[in-house]
Design a protein around this ligand. Structure first.
Ligand code: ATP
Length: 264
Protein backbone atom coordinates (compact mmCIF):
# COMPACT_ATOMS: atom_id res chain seq x y z
CA UNK A 1 0.00 0.00 0.00
CA UNK A 2 1.47 3.32 -0.95
CA UNK A 3 2.02 5.46 2.09
CA UNK A 4 2.54 8.94 0.75
CA UNK A 5 4.41 11.44 2.84
CA UNK A 6 2.79 14.58 4.03
CA UNK A 7 2.33 17.11 1.29
CA UNK A 8 2.26 14.55 -1.50
CA UNK A 9 -1.49 14.35 -1.47
CA UNK A 10 -2.19 17.95 -2.39
CA UNK A 11 -5.74 19.05 -3.27
CA UNK A 12 -6.58 18.20 -6.87
CA UNK A 13 -7.05 21.14 -9.19
CA UNK A 14 -10.50 19.98 -10.26
CA UNK A 15 -13.95 20.90 -8.94
CA UNK A 16 -17.47 19.77 -9.70
CA UNK A 17 -17.57 22.36 -12.49
CA UNK A 18 -15.08 20.12 -14.32
CA UNK A 19 -17.46 17.17 -14.20
CA UNK A 20 -19.55 17.07 -17.38
CA UNK A 21 -23.31 16.47 -17.09
CA UNK A 22 -24.46 14.34 -14.12
CA UNK A 23 -26.60 17.23 -12.88
CA UNK A 24 -28.60 15.12 -10.44
CA UNK A 25 -25.45 13.56 -8.94
CA UNK A 26 -23.88 16.97 -8.43
CA UNK A 27 -27.07 18.28 -6.84
CA UNK A 28 -27.21 15.40 -4.38
CA UNK A 29 -23.52 15.67 -3.61
CA UNK A 30 -23.97 19.29 -2.75
CA UNK A 31 -27.03 18.69 -0.64
CA UNK A 32 -25.99 15.63 1.31
CA UNK A 33 -22.24 16.08 1.50
CA UNK A 34 -20.65 19.39 0.55
CA UNK A 35 -23.20 21.77 2.05
CA UNK A 36 -23.20 20.06 5.49
CA UNK A 37 -19.38 19.88 5.41
CA UNK A 38 -19.06 23.56 4.72
CA UNK A 39 -21.58 24.74 7.29
CA UNK A 40 -20.67 23.43 10.73
CA UNK A 41 -23.01 25.85 12.51
CA UNK A 42 -26.03 24.83 10.48
CA UNK A 43 -24.99 21.21 11.06
CA UNK A 44 -24.98 21.80 14.79
CA UNK A 45 -28.39 23.50 14.65
CA UNK A 46 -29.88 20.47 12.90
CA UNK A 47 -27.80 17.97 14.91
CA UNK A 48 -26.55 16.49 11.67
CA UNK A 49 -23.69 14.10 12.17
CA UNK A 50 -20.96 13.52 9.62
CA UNK A 51 -20.48 9.87 10.28
CA UNK A 52 -20.18 7.32 7.57
CA UNK A 53 -19.18 7.54 3.97
CA UNK A 54 -20.54 7.98 0.52
CA UNK A 55 -20.62 5.21 -2.05
CA UNK A 56 -20.48 5.98 -5.77
CA UNK A 57 -21.57 3.11 -7.96
CA UNK A 58 -22.05 2.50 -11.64
CA UNK A 59 -20.33 1.23 -14.78
CA UNK A 60 -16.61 1.82 -15.36
CA UNK A 61 -15.22 5.01 -16.88
CA UNK A 62 -18.23 7.16 -16.05
CA UNK A 63 -16.55 9.50 -13.61
CA UNK A 64 -16.64 7.99 -10.11
CA UNK A 65 -12.96 8.64 -9.42
CA UNK A 66 -13.16 11.98 -11.19
CA UNK A 67 -16.09 13.01 -8.96
CA UNK A 68 -14.25 11.94 -5.82
CA UNK A 69 -11.26 14.10 -6.88
CA UNK A 70 -13.62 16.98 -7.59
CA UNK A 71 -15.10 16.63 -4.09
CA UNK A 72 -11.58 16.97 -2.67
CA UNK A 73 -11.03 19.99 -4.91
CA UNK A 74 -14.27 21.57 -3.68
CA UNK A 75 -13.29 21.07 -0.04
CA UNK A 76 -9.69 22.13 -0.56
CA UNK A 77 -8.81 18.71 0.84
CA UNK A 78 -5.99 16.38 -0.08
CA UNK A 79 -6.95 13.32 -2.11
CA UNK A 80 -5.84 9.83 -1.16
CA UNK A 81 -6.92 7.05 -3.50
CA UNK A 82 -6.59 3.47 -2.32
CA UNK A 83 -7.50 0.39 -4.36
CA UNK A 84 -8.96 -1.94 -1.76
CA UNK A 85 -7.69 -4.97 -3.59
CA UNK A 86 -4.15 -3.63 -2.97
CA UNK A 87 -4.76 -3.45 0.76
CA UNK A 88 -5.58 -7.12 1.00
CA UNK A 89 -2.70 -9.31 1.93
CA UNK A 90 -2.59 -13.06 2.22
CA UNK A 91 -0.90 -13.01 5.64
CA UNK A 92 -3.17 -13.01 8.64
CA UNK A 93 -3.39 -9.56 10.16
CA UNK A 94 -1.50 -7.76 7.38
CA UNK A 95 -4.60 -6.47 5.62
CA UNK A 96 -5.89 -5.01 8.89
CA UNK A 97 -2.53 -3.36 9.51
CA UNK A 98 -2.52 -1.94 5.99
CA UNK A 99 -5.98 -0.48 6.52
CA UNK A 100 -5.01 1.06 9.82
CA UNK A 101 -2.04 2.76 8.20
CA UNK A 102 -4.24 4.01 5.34
CA UNK A 103 -6.55 5.74 7.83
CA UNK A 104 -3.57 7.08 9.75
CA UNK A 105 -2.12 8.60 6.58
CA UNK A 106 -5.51 10.18 5.79
CA UNK A 107 -5.72 11.64 9.31
CA UNK A 108 -2.18 13.02 9.03
CA UNK A 109 -3.15 14.75 5.80
CA UNK A 110 -6.48 16.17 6.85
CA UNK A 111 -8.57 17.69 5.52
CA UNK A 112 -8.45 14.64 3.31
CA UNK A 113 -10.78 12.80 1.00
CA UNK A 114 -9.97 9.12 1.44
CA UNK A 115 -11.23 7.30 -1.61
CA UNK A 116 -11.55 3.52 -1.67
CA UNK A 117 -11.85 2.06 -5.13
CA UNK A 118 -13.23 -1.48 -5.57
CA UNK A 119 -15.13 -1.60 -2.28
CA UNK A 120 -16.56 -4.91 -3.53
CA UNK A 121 -13.12 -6.48 -3.02
CA UNK A 122 -14.23 -7.06 0.57
CA UNK A 123 -17.43 -8.79 -0.43
CA UNK A 124 -18.78 -12.30 -0.08
CA UNK A 125 -17.69 -13.49 -3.51
CA UNK A 126 -14.07 -12.63 -2.93
CA UNK A 127 -14.12 -14.01 0.57
CA UNK A 128 -14.44 -17.49 -0.93
CA UNK A 129 -10.99 -16.91 -2.37
CA UNK A 130 -9.43 -15.82 0.87
CA UNK A 131 -11.49 -17.63 3.44
CA UNK A 132 -14.53 -15.95 4.94
CA UNK A 133 -12.87 -15.63 8.34
CA UNK A 134 -9.91 -13.63 7.03
CA UNK A 135 -12.17 -11.26 5.11
CA UNK A 136 -14.40 -10.73 8.15
CA UNK A 137 -11.39 -9.37 10.02
CA UNK A 138 -10.73 -6.83 7.29
CA UNK A 139 -14.37 -5.74 7.14
CA UNK A 140 -14.39 -5.35 10.92
CA UNK A 141 -11.22 -3.29 10.76
CA UNK A 142 -12.67 -0.90 8.19
CA UNK A 143 -15.86 -0.61 10.27
CA UNK A 144 -13.83 0.16 13.38
CA UNK A 145 -11.88 2.85 11.50
CA UNK A 146 -15.08 4.35 10.08
CA UNK A 147 -16.78 4.28 13.47
CA UNK A 148 -13.70 5.85 15.09
CA UNK A 149 -14.49 8.55 17.64
CA UNK A 150 -15.92 11.46 15.68
CA UNK A 151 -13.08 13.77 16.68
CA UNK A 152 -10.57 11.23 15.40
CA UNK A 153 -12.09 11.30 11.93
CA UNK A 154 -12.78 15.02 11.89
CA UNK A 155 -11.70 16.30 8.49
CA UNK A 156 -11.42 12.83 6.94
CA UNK A 157 -14.10 12.33 4.29
CA UNK A 158 -14.50 8.76 3.20
CA UNK A 159 -15.76 8.00 -0.28
CA UNK A 160 -15.83 4.66 -2.03
CA UNK A 161 -16.65 3.33 -5.48
CA UNK A 162 -17.68 0.08 -7.05
CA UNK A 163 -18.82 -1.38 -10.34
CA UNK A 164 -20.40 -4.32 -8.49
CA UNK A 165 -22.53 -2.98 -5.64
CA UNK A 166 -24.29 -6.34 -5.24
CA UNK A 167 -20.98 -7.93 -4.18
CA UNK A 168 -20.36 -5.49 -1.32
CA UNK A 169 -20.44 -6.92 2.18
CA UNK A 170 -23.81 -5.81 3.56
CA UNK A 171 -22.23 -4.84 6.90
CA UNK A 172 -20.52 -1.99 5.05
CA UNK A 173 -23.83 -0.56 3.83
CA UNK A 174 -25.62 -0.22 7.16
CA UNK A 175 -26.57 3.21 8.55
CA UNK A 176 -23.53 5.15 9.74
CA UNK A 177 -21.30 3.35 7.24
CA UNK A 178 -21.49 3.70 3.45
CA UNK A 179 -25.14 4.54 3.84
CA UNK A 180 -25.39 7.24 1.20
CA UNK A 181 -25.20 5.92 -2.34
CA UNK A 182 -25.02 7.77 -5.62
CA UNK A 183 -25.56 6.10 -8.97
CA UNK A 184 -23.16 7.45 -11.59
CA UNK A 185 -24.61 6.56 -14.98
CA UNK A 186 -23.00 6.81 -18.40
CA UNK A 187 -23.31 10.33 -19.81
CA UNK A 188 -26.43 11.21 -21.81
CA UNK A 189 -26.15 13.34 -24.94
CA UNK A 190 -26.03 16.61 -23.06
CA UNK A 191 -23.41 15.28 -20.67
CA UNK A 192 -21.29 14.01 -23.55
CA UNK A 193 -21.44 17.49 -25.08
CA UNK A 194 -20.13 18.90 -21.81
CA UNK A 195 -17.39 16.26 -21.58
CA UNK A 196 -16.27 16.99 -25.17
CA UNK A 197 -16.17 20.69 -24.35
CA UNK A 198 -14.09 20.01 -21.23
CA UNK A 199 -11.58 17.78 -22.93
CA UNK A 200 -11.12 20.03 -26.00
CA UNK A 201 -10.97 23.22 -23.98
CA UNK A 202 -7.66 25.04 -24.15
CA UNK A 203 -6.54 23.12 -27.23
CA UNK A 204 -6.34 24.78 -30.62
CA UNK A 205 -9.40 23.68 -32.58
CA UNK A 206 -11.62 24.74 -35.44
CA UNK A 207 -15.26 25.54 -34.77
CA UNK A 208 -16.56 22.24 -33.50
CA UNK A 209 -20.21 21.22 -33.46
CA UNK A 210 -20.35 19.60 -30.03
CA UNK A 211 -23.98 18.56 -30.50
CA UNK A 212 -23.03 16.52 -33.54
CA UNK A 213 -20.15 14.83 -31.69
CA UNK A 214 -22.43 13.98 -28.80
CA UNK A 215 -24.94 12.50 -31.22
CA UNK A 216 -22.24 10.40 -32.87
CA UNK A 217 -21.08 8.91 -29.55
CA UNK A 218 -24.19 7.18 -28.25
CA UNK A 219 -23.20 4.60 -25.61
CA UNK A 220 -19.75 6.12 -24.94
CA UNK A 221 -18.60 6.47 -21.35
CA UNK A 222 -16.89 9.64 -20.13
CA UNK A 223 -13.54 7.84 -20.42
CA UNK A 224 -14.37 6.86 -24.03
CA UNK A 225 -15.12 10.50 -24.87
CA UNK A 226 -11.85 11.55 -23.23
CA UNK A 227 -10.01 8.97 -25.36
CA UNK A 228 -11.65 10.24 -28.57
CA UNK A 229 -10.39 13.73 -27.71
CA UNK A 230 -6.88 12.42 -27.07
CA UNK A 231 -6.79 10.62 -30.40
CA UNK A 232 -8.07 13.65 -32.32
CA UNK A 233 -5.45 15.76 -30.56
CA UNK A 234 -2.72 13.33 -31.61
CA UNK A 235 -3.85 13.57 -35.26
CA UNK A 236 -3.77 17.36 -35.12
CA UNK A 237 -0.31 17.31 -33.55
CA UNK A 238 0.92 14.94 -36.24
CA UNK A 239 -0.42 17.28 -38.96
CA UNK A 240 1.18 20.23 -37.23
CA UNK A 241 4.53 18.45 -37.09
CA UNK A 242 4.30 17.55 -40.77
CA UNK A 243 3.38 21.04 -41.93
CA UNK A 244 5.60 22.98 -39.57
CA UNK A 245 2.84 25.16 -38.08
CA UNK A 246 0.00 24.63 -35.65
CA UNK A 247 -2.95 22.92 -37.35
CA UNK A 248 -6.00 23.05 -35.09
CA UNK A 249 -8.10 20.01 -34.26
CA UNK A 250 -10.87 19.62 -36.82
CA UNK A 251 -14.41 18.34 -36.51
CA UNK A 252 -13.67 15.52 -38.93
CA UNK A 253 -10.63 14.42 -36.90
CA UNK A 254 -12.82 14.09 -33.82
CA UNK A 255 -15.51 12.23 -35.76
CA UNK A 256 -12.90 9.93 -37.22
CA UNK A 257 -11.48 9.22 -33.77
CA UNK A 258 -15.03 8.54 -32.54
CA UNK A 259 -15.38 5.96 -35.29
CA UNK A 260 -12.23 4.21 -34.11
CA UNK A 261 -12.97 4.08 -30.39
CA UNK A 262 -15.27 1.28 -29.36
CA UNK A 263 -17.86 2.41 -26.81
CA UNK A 264 -17.26 0.46 -23.63
P1 ATP B 1 -13.67 2.87 -12.94
O1 ATP B 1 -14.90 2.27 -12.38
O2 ATP B 1 -13.12 2.13 -14.13
O3 ATP B 1 -12.63 3.23 -11.92
P2 ATP B 1 -14.63 5.59 -13.00
O4 ATP B 1 -16.13 5.63 -13.00
O5 ATP B 1 -13.93 5.85 -11.72
O6 ATP B 1 -14.15 4.25 -13.66
P3 ATP B 1 -13.10 7.77 -14.00
O7 ATP B 1 -11.76 7.16 -13.76
O8 ATP B 1 -13.57 8.78 -13.05
O9 ATP B 1 -14.17 6.63 -14.12
O10 ATP B 1 -13.17 8.37 -15.47
C1 ATP B 1 -12.13 8.19 -16.39
C2 ATP B 1 -11.84 9.47 -17.11
O11 ATP B 1 -12.96 9.79 -17.95
C3 ATP B 1 -11.68 10.68 -16.21
O12 ATP B 1 -10.36 10.90 -15.83
C4 ATP B 1 -12.17 11.82 -17.08
O13 ATP B 1 -11.15 12.27 -17.93
C5 ATP B 1 -13.22 11.17 -17.96
N1 ATP B 1 -14.60 11.39 -17.48
C6 ATP B 1 -15.47 10.42 -17.10
N2 ATP B 1 -16.65 10.95 -16.76
C7 ATP B 1 -16.52 12.28 -16.90
C8 ATP B 1 -17.39 13.39 -16.69
N3 ATP B 1 -18.65 13.22 -16.27
N4 ATP B 1 -16.91 14.63 -16.94
C9 ATP B 1 -15.63 14.81 -17.38
N5 ATP B 1 -14.76 13.81 -17.61
C10 ATP B 1 -15.19 12.56 -17.37
Amino acid sequence: VPDPDLGQLSPPGVTLADVGGLTEVKKRLNQSFLMPMRNPELRATFSKSLRGGLLLWGPPGCGKTFIARAVAGELGASFYEVGLADVLDMYIGSSERNLRSVFETARRNRPCVLFFDELDALGQKRSHLRGAGAMRGVVNQILAELDGASTENEGVFVLAATNHPWDIDSALLRPGRFDRTLLVLPPDREAREAIFALHLQGRPSERIDLGRLAKATEGFSGADVALVCEQATESAMENSMASGFVRPITQSQVLEAAGQVRPS
